[in-house]
Design a protein around this ligand. Sequence first.
Ligand code: HEC
Length: 99
Amino acid sequence: MKKIILAAAATTLLASTAMSAHAAPAKAATCVGCHGADGNSMVPNFPKLAGQHASYLEKQLKDFRDGFRKDATMAPFAKSLTDDEIKELAAFYASQPAK
Ligand code: HEC
């Protein structure tokens, strides 16, 4: 019995981890206009985020937020992000196929 409960718990955990890798985090709503819903932006001025490495995206967002990377258009959107939100956004865009 104990084994069955453990297996069920593990399955639920795996399923929710897999889902969270693909569902857009709430903060992504502010990024859609420039970077596209799945990180494939339509405009060349706005870099594609889809399929880039999560660790790279995470570093860029922190650099914008903390002023190490400067861009008047992008920086204001990074300013209010917490470390956790940045991690979620980076994981989300990294999991999207680049088109
Ligand atoms: C008003 C348009 C705009 C919005 C909204 C916007 N960005 Fe950007 N973003 C840009 C521009 C422009 C650049 C390129 C800046 C540069 O040339 O350094 C950029 C760059 C980036 C990069 C670096 C990409 C790379 O390849 O180095 C990341 C990561 C990023 N944005 C994430 C986000 C996230 C996450 C959001 C939402 C919280 C967001 N952006 C909202 C315009 C925008």
